[in-house]
Write a protein that binds this ligand. Sequence first.
Ligand code: SF4
Length: 169
Amino acid sequence: MLSAVLSKKTCAECRFCCSFRRKSLWETPLLSEEFMKMHTVSVNGEPVAYRNYSDKGLIYGQTDLTKFYKTDDPEEEVTCPFLDPEKGCSLPEDEKPFDCKIWPLRYMRMPERDCKVCLTPTCPAINKIDVSVMEDLVRNGLGDKIREYADTHPYIIKDYRDGFIVLER
Ligand code: SF4
């Protein structure tokens, strides 16, 4: 979805967004019920469980990475169990979680309660691009696609956090 500004090669070499600090576990991709039924995954032979949530009758979840941390350090990183260290994400493009498809964009509920497409401030590649390019991308169709998905999968909406760049006026 972001191929106009982010090449597969750049992402494959970086993988920043496929590693999760203990303190950033909230950013672990949100997964549909269908995804969790379809995919089982393990790390070093140990199965990875899913945390399940429910919102207005809709089941969704996240991988539960907590047991893979070796320390209590909030900065310690654990990689996504779907990340192949050699090849990058092991999932076919059409099976990737929506959160991953739109990274580093996020659809966020603002303090005023309306929702806007925002930019995660930490993506090393997008940080090199002028914000106006991302604003144009969102204005010219990507924002509508995100909203359309959020209409049927409202759990992808995250509460706004300080530091995220609001791309819509
Ligand atoms: S599902 Fe794939 S793209 Fe998403 S965080 Fe995991 S490895 Fe990265």
